[in-house]
Design a protein around this ligand. Sequence first.
Ligand code: HAM
Length: 426
Amino acid sequence: MKITSSVKGTRDYYPAEMGLRNWLYGKIRSVSRKFGYQEFDGPFLENLELYAAKSGEELVKKQAFVFPDKSGDPITLRPELTPSLARMVAQRIHQLSFPVRWWSFGPFWRYETPQKGRTREFFQWNIDLLGMENPQADAELAAVACEFFRDVALTAREVKLQVNNRRLMDSALEAIGIRGEAVGGTFRLIDKKEKMKQPEWEAHARETGLTVDQVKGLMKILNDLELWKQSRELVEFFDAVQAFGVSEYVEYNPAVIRGLDYYTGTVFEGRDADGEFRALLGGGRYDNLVADVGGGKIPGVGFAMGDVVIGLILKKNGKEPMLRIAPADVLVTTFSAQEATASMEISQSLRAAGIAAEWYPAPDRLPKQLKYADALGIRLAVILGPDEIRQGKATLKDLIRREQATIERADLLKEISKRLVGSPCE
Ligand code: HAM
């Protein structure tokens, strides 16, 4: 019979992949806490209308997984967290102490074409600060992202945080006669620039209604690396980035605009230095979203990083962690049905002392049991034969150093602990 295939764009997490996911979660937790952020989560199912508030057409109409519930209401698997966060803040606006600093790590779903770096089910780290409107708050989020890069050993030569500001772009576009309704369309056009070839993009720009001169003017804006100096917000932002000690990672890029509609000010994206992959993370300032979901005027800034591109970048740069994903530190073998009870008791006494111990649940041949321990990366094996049991002894085999010794049962715990120093299982 054929094995039923998994849903397109989803991934199976075998223990090795699960180890990597948990490692990433651990790094994210530690960086988030270092900056004083609290963990939270929203529901995985939301009403579609939540995203209609401001996420943008592409996300709502093309990418959201939407289905009717039994009463016919459109429910969506969350494609992003920011609208849920805005709603949660709006609901408790009078109880919360601002600034609110919250982070989260969980699954999201988008109906995208699966490709390098993009899947239909993925994990995101979201981290946001609400209640402050200044560029220094934006810089704190940039610092969080860069601190994470440092923590996973990615250097400023390998990854960059590229920053722009939508208000700055508004005035730059105004100067070439793009204003009002046309601005949103032009932002979407800028967002597509890196995903299209230049002639194709220019043709698309003309189709959206820009004149030949405006396309030229736009190209000039997108190549002007000094443009940020005209934005007070960005000047203050870059000063604060310096104070946070992460300048080496952060640079100005006038072509960064972001695809989501709710951003109002500074926007940024994390990218690998060679530009090989799609964005590693993305975020920015959104000053109206809490109001747009029905709350008061609470400004916010934050970003999200997916688990897929970071995995590819770590791999490319040889920075993937070496994880020992052994299920236990010790395997207690079973010599025969008669000795099974003694083996079970020993395994339990090891657990009572805080050691992860697995008991082999059948009297198979010893080589088979040891091969099993080896295959799973279990470091030590306790062998209990009838002689050892009678003499109050046990044989401890170190499967990594390939050595063994028969010792007093009373010394077993001490000997195991000695050998495990510095390398307990994950
Ligand atoms: P976003 O740019 O849509 O922003 O997504 C952020 C990150 O999530 C991307 O840079 C990427 O790492 C990851 N991601 C998105 N879609 C996929 C996919 N199909 N497969 C794999 N990874 C993906 C947001 O979601 C905003 N809500 C971020 C934010 C938080 N802004 C303010 N606060």
